[in-house]
Design a protein around this ligand. Structure first.
Ligand code: NCD
Length: 347
């Protein structure tokens, strides 16, 4: 049974095949006759789409992908509350239930390893739509597809990956995928508290992929082929705060502004989860991609982001031809159509 669980499971050959199919999907979607034919392709099959964490792009692109291929989709966009999970049903039982009705299941969950639990039931192909601070393999596939489309290659690249690398699952999955190609160099940009996990560094070391870590965004940008920027995963920090009782404003900072500049976690003290209050800047100013940052990039550097963006890329950057984050969204649709087609054709 084919599951999509981790960036580690794919080979460059698999990527090449998948991207060829994604390209085919792109062309077919652009042709009204082909589009109608495509919409007959998996008629009568179902895809369960269970999201226990918020999502716009991943959930909607899976839903559109299933529909554009003729499959029926059902599930929940707030499965933690609107599915039987709230009554205490286990992931195992939910998987067996969906397995009786559908041909594949897409799942996003706040718990790292949740998709592996579902796949372990072996009743239905499971696609991991993001599991806690673990992995987001389908996002990394579309990121890779975008790099291939824009740069024409996936090896010998210098890629900057920045932001909350400790909690951001897309950065983790992308780093792993890039390490499966020769000659790539990764530059990780974050504050020391948000460095990428040791498990990823070990994977890079084993595969012989060179990497460096810095908190100097400007130096890292010099000569880069691609910059992959991510947001602070605030929702994951809140759960840490609840359990570990981290002091909100450590005494070594003289004022709140200084704290914002120096350390992300402590910014939570300034961003009360009170909807009525305006949310102040989330990102320290030296981690915001703005017009000044564009000046140090090469003319052909591409700027990527899995989205959602909060304030770590200034909106004025969107008009720059190097900004590719909304193209990534469209590419995600074709990549997910290719993935679902590949899985549904075996049913
Ligand atoms: C990401 C995620 O959910 O991990 N979003 C996405 O799927 N494009 C990134 C994020 O939430 O920061």
């Amino acid at each position: 049974m084919k599951h999509i669980l981790s960036a580690r499971q794919f080979t460059p050959d698999y990527h090449a095949e998948l991207f060829e199919k994604a390209e085919e999907m792109r062309l077919k979607r652009a042709d009204p006759d082909e589009r109608r034919v495509l919409a007959q392709r998996h008629l009568g099959l179902g895809v369960g789409i269970m999201f226990y964490e918020p999502s716009t792009r991943t959930r909607m692109s899976f839903e559109f992908a299933a529909g554009y291929l003729g499959a029926t989709k059902a599930g929940s966009e707030n499965a933690g509350e609107y599915s039987s999970a709230i009554k205490g049903e286990s992931i195992e039982d939910t998987t067996h239930t969906i397995g009786k009705m559908a041909a594949a299941m897409v799942m996003r969950h706040k718990q790292t390893g949740a998709a592996d639990i579902a796949a372990g039931q072996n009743v239905i192909p499971v696609l991991n739509g993001g599991d806690g601070s673990g992995e987001h393999p389908t996002q990394a596939l579309l990121d890779l597809y975008t790099i291939q489309a824009e740069k024409g290659r996936l090896s010998g690249l210098t890629v900057v990956i920045g932001g909350d690398l400790k909690n951001g699952r897309t950065a983790r999955s992308l780093a792993v995928m890039l390490s499966h190609y020769k000659g790539n160099k990764l530059r990780f940009v974050s504050t020391p508290d948000f460095r990428i996990g040791q498990d990823i560094k070990d994977h890079l070391a084993i595969s012989g992929t060179g990497f460096s870590e810095t908190d100097d965004m400007y130096t890292a940008f010099e000569g880069a082929d691609a910059i992959y920027w991510t947001r602070l995963q605030r929702e994951r920090l809140e759960s840490i705060i609840e359990t570990e009782d981290i002091p909100l404003l450590p005494p070594r900072y003289d004022n709140a502004e200084q704290a914002v500049e120096l350390m992300w976690p402590h910014m939570l003290s300034l961003t009360q989860p009170d909807e009525a209050k305006p949310v102040p800047a989330m990102t320290p100013s030296h981690f915001i991609i703005n017009q000044a940052a564009l000046q140090v990039m090469e003319h052909d550097t591409i700027i990527m982001h899995p989205l959602p963006r909060v304030d770590e890329i200034d909106m004025s950057v969107d008009a720059d031809p190097r900004a590719k984050y909304f193209d990534q969204v469209e590419n995600g649709l074709y990549v997910r159509m290719a993935l679902l087609d590949d899985i549904l054709k075996d049913v």
